[in-house]
Design a protein around this ligand. Structure first.
Ligand code: NAP
Length: 301
């Protein structure tokens, strides 16, 4: 298949594109700026008009990071526009073609469910409230609208994607590297995580299995609490201090984002992936952390 990946230069896209190529797909990445020199094994374009030939599938990952900046009203608008406007632009472009893509895989996030205490959430659970929940709901709706009625649409609600070289993990691991074990707030909030390798494998499953469509929680089957995460980290890092980070300090440090991304949480179950017989390479947090720390050790030596 010829697959167009938006956000293909990002943390997930950088791992996904090589896997798509390995599986024999042709890949074009839509980006805001072209690298110099251009990649040898896939195409990159800044404008949809430069696409070479029909596109069979779209994987839409692009969007300004939710965690990189304080949520000022201006940055919130950028978070929204970078997803909704890009998605609508893609939709308008493909709708004007005689042969629109057969497949549309769209990123979303478990932020869709809002903060839900201990409730176990599967794909049929109702959306929550808050900025992230509304963003995810609107982005998913925009993707369905953009894809059109004859396209197989899969929405991937990603959990917190863990790996060594990007995403949330390097920040989460930093205190542990200095021997300090920590958690945020009372530590009871749920963290629904997934190893990046399993994210890529789940996306490949959605690409390759024509019978799959709809919403997929892309999280490991074993969510943990913030305290549980701390305990698992202590298995792979020697720590000598326990310093919980009070919720109010997080609010002062990062503002509104703290309540939605750090102090709150959601206990998400990947029911649709399990139903599709997806086999996780890293079903438990300890297996994921051992792998990630082994990669770090290999990179540092
Ligand atoms: N990583 C996670 O833990 C996680 C969890 C839940 C949901 N997600 C969602 O999954 C998607 C992919 O995640 P990721 O971690 O790979 O994201 P990422 O590393 O932040 O990369 C996303 C890509 O989006 C493009 N982008 C960034 N700012 C943009 C803007 N203002 N306007 C248009 N495009 C912009 C960039 O591509 P170019 O520079 O090439 O244009 C970037 O490489 C994101 O939408 C993210 O919200 C990720």
């Amino acid at each position: 298949m010829h697959i167009l990946v938006t956000g293909g230069t990002g943390f997930i896209g950088r791992a996904l594109v090589p896997e798509l190529l390995r599986a024999g797909h042709r890949v074009t990445v839509l980006t805001r700026s072209l690298p110099e020199p251009p990649p040898a094994t896939f195409a990159m374009v800044t404008d949809l008009a430069d696409l070479d030939g029909d596109v069979d599938g779209v994987i839409n990952l692009a969007g300004a990071s939710l965690a990189d900046h304080r949520w000022t009203s201006r940055y919130k608008q950028e978070i929204v526009d970078s997803r909704l406007a890009t998605t609508r632009k893609l939709g308008a472009f493909f709708k004007a073609l005689a042969r629109p893509p057969k497949l549309w895989v769209n990123a979303s996030a478990i932020g869709y469910y809002g903060n839900r205490a201990d409730e176990a959430l599967d794909e049929r659970s109702q959306p929550g409230t808050g900025f992230a929940a509304e963003l995810c709901r609107d982005w998913e709706a925009a993707a369905r609208e953009a894809a059109g009625p004859d396209t197989r649409v899969c929405v991937a609600r990603f959990g917190v994607v863990l790996d060594r070289e990007g995403g949330a993990y390097p920040e989460m691991a930093r205190p542990f590297r200095f021997g300090v074990a920590n958690w945020i707030g009372n530590g009871h909030q749920w963290l629904s995580w997934i190893h990046r390798q399993d994210v890529v494998r789940a996306l490949m499953l959605l690409v390759e299995r024509n019978d799959l469509e709809g919403v997929f929680n892309v999280t490991a089957p074993e969510a943990v609490t913030s305290r549980g995460f701390c305990e698992a980290m202590q298995q792979v890092h020697r720590t000598f201090l326990r310093v919980p980070m009070p919720a109010f300090a997080m609010r002062v440090l990062v503002g509104e984002m703290a309540d939605e991304l750090l102090i709150g949480g959601q206990h998400v179950v990947p029911a649709a992936l399990l139903e599709a017989n997806f086999c996780f390479d890293f079903p438990t947090l300890s297996s994921a952390l051992q792998d990630i720390e082994l990669q770090s050790f290999a990179a540092d030596t």
